[in-house]
Ligand binder design. Structure first.
Ligand SMILES: Cc1cc2nc3c(=O)[nH]c(=O)nc-3n(C[C@H](O)[C@H](O)[C@H](O)COP(=O)(O)OP(=O)(O)OC[C@H]3O[C@@H](n4cnc5c(N)ncnc54)[C@H](O)[C@@H]3O)c2cc1C
Length: 194
């Protein structure tokens, strides 16, 4: 595995609220096969797993976490325009980066992400939103791994989104999302963002 598993890591630095004890293990996978290798090993160890995004909606207990925290690294934070004009965004990409990218490319309806301090993975998990928008409205499909190591793609309608939450039917590691891109007027997008 190229991503390191660190032991006994203090979680304060990984939460917006600067609280909490230590994680038994902390894993920052560098790529997709890193996660698969880890999940295969964990099948035997059967340790608890928690996926952490930007930590803006997470409070860790003083007692810490008895298991492995997985935090996706920069390999999972890419953002690109697909051949059909829609966006593909890695789960570790920050919401603000998506809002800025959309603005630069005159794509509307992502202005609301500029004020949410999360990652796209966390934003999908929480179905985050504000100003009458929520991420579920823009989702085409989500690529994710089950904790058993199976790679799946769910279309928007296969995911149960509700107010500030989502349900994939089992715990998942969101890897990336395809988002509907609708062209808009750059000045209007800029105004709305402000
Ligand atoms: C100042 C402030 C302002 C905020 N404003 C808003 C707002 O306007 N609207 C709003 O809806 N929320 C808001 N929030 C809450 C928070 O920012 C959002 O819920 C955000 O989308 C969480 O993303 P995160 O990456 O920080 O998630 P985290 O806190 O890291 O995780 C949240 C949940 O998502 C899961 N998760 C994270 N990444 C993945 C992944 N890759 N795969 C599977 N599960 C994952 C975690 O396991 C956890 O259950 C605000 C928070 C703060 C501190």
């Amino acid at each position: 595995m190229s991503g390191q598993i660190l032991n006994d890591i203090n979680l304060k630095q990984y939460s917006w609220f600067n609280l909490g004890g230590n994680a038994k293990n902390f894993f920052k996978p560098k790529n997709y096969s890193d996660i698969i290798n880890f999940l295969n090993i964990n099948k035997k160890l059967n340790q608890n797993i928690h996926i952490l995004g930007a930590g803006s909606n997470t409070l860790f207990r003083d007692g810490g976490f008895d298991g492995t925290i997985i935090k996706l690294g920069s390999e999972f934070s890419k953002i690109k325009i697909l051949s059909d004009g829609n966006l593909e965004v890695g789960a570790a990409c920050l919401d603000k980066k998506v809002a800025n990218f959309a603005l630069e490319n005159s794509i509307k309806d992502f202005e609301f992400l500029s004020c949410i301090p999360g990652s796209i993975g966390g934003t999908i998990a929480m179905n985050s939103g504000c100003y009458e928008h929520e991420i579920a409205n823009s989702i085409i499909s989500v690529d994710f791994l089950t904790l058993g190591g199976e790679l799946k793609t769910f279309k928007r309608d296969e995911i149960n989104f509700y107010y500030r939450g989502s349900d994939f039917g089992e715990p998942v590691i969101i890897l990336s999302v395809k988002l509907k891109a609708i062209k808009g007027n750059k000045i209007e997008i800029q105004k709305k963002t402000k």
